[in-house]
Design a protein. Sequence first.
Length: 203
Amino acid sequence: MPQISRSQFERVPLRVHDFLAGVPLHNAWTVDLPRVRPGITLVEFLRAAGAFPFEPSPIVRALLRIRFAIGRALGWDRERDETATDTFAARLTRADLAQSLAPAGRREGLFRIVYRFENEQLVEVINRTVHGAALNALIETPDVYRFYFAVYVRSVGRLTPVYMAMIDPFRKWIIYPSLLRSVQSAWRRLSARPASASSAAPA
């Protein structure tokens, strides 16, 4: 599951590059998926995968339980009072709003949607540790589909760099590789379904 450089990632034609200009890109990853048929969109893939194509492994689930237990004890995961004004959704243009297939601010799991386009989705979380955004994108090439996963982190205080340094080894070597392997599993499930059964957008 290769991590790619910023320059490689920025060559991919995605809205996020301009949309999050000035927000530090923390990591970008990519995984190639078999081109089983033409015309598969990210929205179709998300619908087949239940809106998010990630299924944590038992090890990752255990790590997340520990992290959330610590977060509850220390109050890390409470949304900041400034969430309504700091949200990346405030950057949405009229064109973005018209194109998005899901309403900005809608909560899905731990995240809130910023936008969901046909082949690109951005979600965010704002709490006491970070203001983070996760980008999922799907690009069709002549040979494969290429799934992109990128993480942006904006500091919310002195805790942010300390927190990110603490969790970085777990993210890079355990969590993200596991999640990207689950993308491959979700893709195999989608590939086994008829095109007509997986063409609607997620609700």
